[in-house]
Write a protein that binds this ligand. Sequence first.
Ligand SMILES: Nc1ncnc2c1ncn2[C@@H]1O[C@H](COP(=O)(O)OP(=O)(O)OP(=O)(O)O)[C@@H](O)[C@H]1O
Length: 317
Amino acid sequence: MLNVKNLTRSYGSFIAVDDVSFSIKKGEIIGLLGHNGAGKTTIMKIVSGYLEADKGDVFLDSISLNNNAKLLQQHLGYLPENLPVYPEMNVAEYLDYAADLKGLTGNNKVAEIKRVIQATELSVKLLSPIDTLSRGYKQRVGVAQAILGNPKLLILDEPTNGLDPEQTQHMRTLIKDIAQNATVILSTHIMQEVSALCDRVLILKSGQMVLDEKLEALQHSKHLIVETNCKNIDMIKNISGVKCVKEIEEGKLLVEMSKQGFSHVIGSDISKAVIESGASLFALYPRKRDLETIFNQINSDQFSSGKKTDKEVPNAA
Ligand SMILES: Nc1ncnc2c1ncn2[C@@H]1O[C@H](COP(=O)(O)OP(=O)(O)OP(=O)(O)O)[C@@H](O)[C@H]1O
């Protein structure tokens, strides 16, 4: 369990991170999102102990970053945006060095190095100097060092940056596997990555947390799609909880609910009413919102920064 409490960090007079708090359970993958300069890297650097906060603290289980940064770092894997890898070292030497830094020793160290080489498919490049590797292979080295020692907390900044589609898929599977026993913070600008991997999304704007919401809840709008040959739209309109109904194409109705989160109740009432009217119901499902649209809405000028609840997220789909 990770608890981030009231982090604040300024660069000179500029507040880059402004009183940010969140917590993440073991097994959760959270997407840390925000436009360039929103404060994501600053938060990741603070949580990983690379940068000091002006205020606030981070707890991994009961370990406090302020009181015991070294111990916390032993349980942490961090893939920074620009990995400070040593260009003259070969991959094997670098992983050996990274394992030493993590405090791994003896057979455990050897087994871990072997495991991460296999997980990131680096065996063909073990003796290559890091300097000579392609961007994708350098990224794999970065991920390999991050997952050494099976960290309880894994922080990944753009983990699939530079990877080919096959390796991207492989990396996503790997992150999911790791998350079974760890807490994962993932920062990315690729919304498909968020949809594919994350359970929850945190969105930062100008250093403040403007959204902390489960991905599923976020993507579900107040709309249901009803595929039916029922022509009695008024009957559906009169169902309690239905705000309005529109035929968006032949046999497809868009039902707007007056409140979010009641789709199971209203859906059940709609299906009952349609069937009782003698019509057929072919499908009934919530209309999913596109994450990219939500992200842009939240970052639009109308949605000013400041702490917001999900109720304030624009609901247009
Ligand atoms: N060392 C520094 N000195 C001064 N300002 C800095 C420093 N590092 C970051 N900043 C500023 O702090 C703000 C937050 O930067 P940060 O790198 O955390 O954003 P980010 O969300 O990670 O952006 P990106 O998506 O571009 O990586 C930005 O305005 C940035 O210019």
